[in-house]
Design a protein around this ligand. Sequence first.
Ligand code: PMP
Length: 336
Amino acid sequence: MKAAENILEVIGNTPLVKSHRIAADVKANIYYKLEYLNPGGSVKDRPAMQIVLDAEASGDLRPGGTIVEATSGNTGIGLALAGAIKGYQCIFVMPDKMAAEKIEALRAFGARVVVCPTAVEPEDPRSYYSVARRLAEESPGGYLANQYHNPSNPRGHYLSTGPELWEQTEGKIDALIVAAGTGGTITGMGRYLKEQNPDVQIIAVDPVGSLYYDYFKTGKMTEANTYLVEGFGEDFLPSTMDFSVVDEVIRVDDAECFTMTRRLVREEGIFTGGSAGGAVAAAVKYAERMDREMNIVVMIPDSASRYLSKIFNDDWMRENGFLQEENNADTVADLL
Ligand code: PMP
């Protein structure tokens, strides 16, 4: 029988798919790395698994322990997968701007979910970072996964995503474009790919309101503002983000992210979320500027199913000023 031993074994080996419609007007080939096809539905299954394996090996996470994490949702789902198979309790702390689908998905795994205000400073005791730290200390056998400062996060990508993509592209990759949150993906993949070929361009994508773009340009921390797109950009500098492997940061706004996310689903059947929309919008801008034949790979972090009540809901899009006239929510009354 060609069966995996358990669900954790099927993390990784995600497909690489060529773009046709969205890349139609640029000379570059654009490829999508479909991380939403991981069993937990996102790229974060990989670092979550690495974090658990490394914490078990170091003895920081012991049998019967509790995994605690501050998460925008996807890391939590990856950790919950590992928790389900390996028998750990999970507690997740989330900012209140996150889509209800992500909270419900975490609860579906039996995890305890605590929701905290988004609009407070990271050092504030009410912030989701502070609350997670406190819960980890207070829970018996508590282990804070700490994706923002845990080297196992980029290591997971250095050991799996990087080599996998190098092999899939047969080394013919010129640029990698990644929506950066904790920086784990871009740091781990960037390190691996630069070791194979230092000329591979590693490009971070940052939403307007996050501080990475300004920090990369000026070396200074500017004040962060809130934005609606989820999963990438930060309001502080995590130690998992290594700018030494980053060649450029491209900025995108909420409208660009959401418009491109909808195009990805409708025109290419890539059923993905807002950070992928932002990364693909950045990839098109980059390809237009380069104006030459090259192979660009864009990471597609998670699934549209996590944003049905937002990006794919016309009322939500209209209320937030991202949609003017479109409406496909017909009722019977509309048809009569
Ligand atoms: N997109 C989404 C939807 C995510 O959940 C994350 C992780 N927060 C990212 C992008 C960024 O990945 P990383 O944390 O590895 O930088």
